[in-house]
Write a protein that binds this ligand. Structure first.
Ligand code: SF4
Length: 350
């Protein structure tokens, strides 16, 4: 039986002249999807533009700048979703640091009452120069994409503009400054499987959490099953034991130890062979303002157009509730191409 999502009644929420929720005292809200899962984590794509061209990402036809959510629109959505129970916001892209107002947007998110944590996922290219302002703006957690430690290989995967030295300088500048620093690696067959051990050691040496991600069918290529990644780590002399640690996202963790006595956690995100949808806690807003209850779903609600058409927050909240009420138990990305049309990764930010 389809479950009507519980929706916070916004009537009680104090509001501004435009009828927007005044986040000064957001009511304790709860967003629950059709499966009864509590949605308290929102991923927001700030832009569909990127300075890299990663092979596993799907190029999106760029939206004109005014099609992207403005800083004010983003801040309004942060307030609305905080009032609806979201407690964590991750800023993604494309490459979010390409937005000139990225630091201000982080500050807006961090200043939104009810939001406990603001995170960003970046390719690291502008990180070295942004670490201090992002930290000062209230950024709590940082994920950096790093698929290889070989400069030439990086150019092969992410395009000629991708400079490894800049990414590594950014990671070194960020190490130890945030509540969480994670290094995300998409493992690609015949490309970087031979580097998994080196990437774990690299991350541990900087107090970062290495995570291996199965490729999803947004771009070219097939996934390397995480079981193969674990096999290679074991072959490289690591011992791995399941660990109960859970972050906000889908990663499952193992406690690892290498021959030299280094020890730490390793994260695994297996969308294709180790499904994690059962305890999904998130939803997304795409760069063009489309609300998407599931990454692997086709259902979207265009919040930007509704805001620009003058919709009040109740109407936006009802639309969000409707989308969550239609959210399927799990993704069907393994059916991509077989009738399932996935949205461009660059526009939804993973
Ligand atoms: S694929 Fe969809 S249902 Fe599964 S974890 Fe991601 S957002 Fe949730």
């Amino acid at each position: 039986m389809e479950r009507t999502p519980e929706l916070v009644t916004l009537e009680a929420a104090p509001r501004s002249a435009e009828g927007c929720v005044n986040a000064a005292r957001p009511p304790a809200g709860k967003l629950v999807d059709a499966q009864g899962r509590n949605i308290h984590y929102l991923r927001v794509s700030l832009t569909d533009r990127c300075n890299f061209r990663c092979t596993y990402c799907s190029p999106a036809a760029h939206e004109p700048p005014d099609a992207l959510l403005s800083r004010a629109e983003l801040a309004r959505l942060f307030r609305l979703f905080a009032a609806l129970g979201v407690r964590r916001i991750r800023l993604t892209g494309g490459e979010p640091t390409l937005r000139k107002d990225v630091v201000e947007i982080v500050a807006d998110a961090a200043a939104t009452p009810g939001i406990e944590d603001v995170a960003i996922t970046t390719n690291g290219h502008r990180l070295a120069e942004l670490v201090e302002p992002l930290q000062a703006a209230g950024l709590g957690a940082l994920n950096v994409s790093l698929d290889t430690l070989a400069p030439e290989r990086l150019r092969g995967v992410s395009g000629q503009a991708a400079r490894l030295d800049r990414i590594l300088a950014g990671i070194d500048a960020a190490a130890g400054r945030f509540r969480s620093l994670k290094i995300n690696t998409v493992v690609m067959p015949g490309v970087n499987e031979d580097e998994v051990a080196a990437l774990v050691r690299y991350a541990w040496d900087r107090g970062a959490l290495p995570r291996f991600i199965e490729q999803m069918p947004f771009g070219g290529g097939v996934p390397v099953p995480l079981s193969e990644v674990r096999r290679r780590l074991t072959e490289a002399g690591f011992t791995l034991a399941p660990d109960v640690f859970r972050g906000w996202g889908p990663a499952r963790h193992m406690r690892g130890r290498d021959r030299d006595g280094r020890e730490g956690l390793v994260g695994f995100i297996g969308a294709m062979t180790e499904n994690f949808c059962e305890d999904c806690n998130r939803a997304r807003i795409a760069a063009d303002g489309g609300f998407q209850a599931c990454l692997g779903g086709e259902d979207r609600v265009q919040l930007r157009d509704r805001m620009r058409a003058g919709d009040r927050d109740e109407a936006l909240a009802e639309a969000v509730a409707g989308a969550l009420g239609r959210k399927a138990p799990r993704h069907r990305m393994e059916e991509a191409g077989a009738g399932l049309v996935l949205l461009a990764m660059r526009g939804i930010g993973g």
